[in-house]
Design a protein around this ligand. Structure first.
Ligand code: ZN
Length: 148
């Protein structure tokens, strides 16, 4: 294992132990639920939108370290962003997880810690679950999102 992926693994474990924004928002304007039956990951996402900006975000749920760390990093990343910026980040993460081209780690910033997941296809859904749930909340789809 390279030094970089060891570092990434440390970051993932740290987010899993102490997830950021891990709480319900009582004044949420949008919520969405995500399920990854393959692994048993489940999360509820709460958004507080101010016009088109994600003013606050929180999540609750249970799942593996990757799903929890991904949700923790996702919530950190999109807080304060507009819905359109968050959608663009979704595309970046999706490309990172499913693509084969070299990564632009500078552009990805801390999202790059999840890039190692693409070597483990069964874990990609763990990492993408919170992002799919975010997109559903932004679009106010209201149904439960399942990765299956
Ligand atoms: Zn998982």
């Amino acid at each position: 294992m390279s030094e970089l992926s060891e570092l990434y693994q440390e970051v993932i474990l740290d987010h899993n132990r102490r997830p950021h924004n891990f709480h319900k928002l009582v004044d949420a304007t949008q919520t969405s639920e995500g399920l990854n039956p393959l692994c048993g990951d489940q999360l509820t996402l709460y958004l507080k939108m101010n016009n088109d900006t994600i003013e606050d975000i929180g999540f609750e749920g249970a799942g593996c370290a990757i799903s929890k760390a991904s949700a923790s990093i996702m919530t950190d990343t999109v807080k304060g962003k507009t819905a359109a910026e968050a959608e663009a980040l979704f595309e970046q993460v999706h490309d990172m997880l499913t693509g084969t081209e070299n990564l632009d780690e500078e552009k990805l910033g801390k999202l790059a810690v999840l890039s190692g997941v693409r070597e483990f296809p069964s874990r990609i859904k763990c990492a993408s679950l919170s992002w799919h749930t975010l997109r559903s909340a932004l679009r106010a789809d209201r149904q439960v999102v399942s990765t299956e």
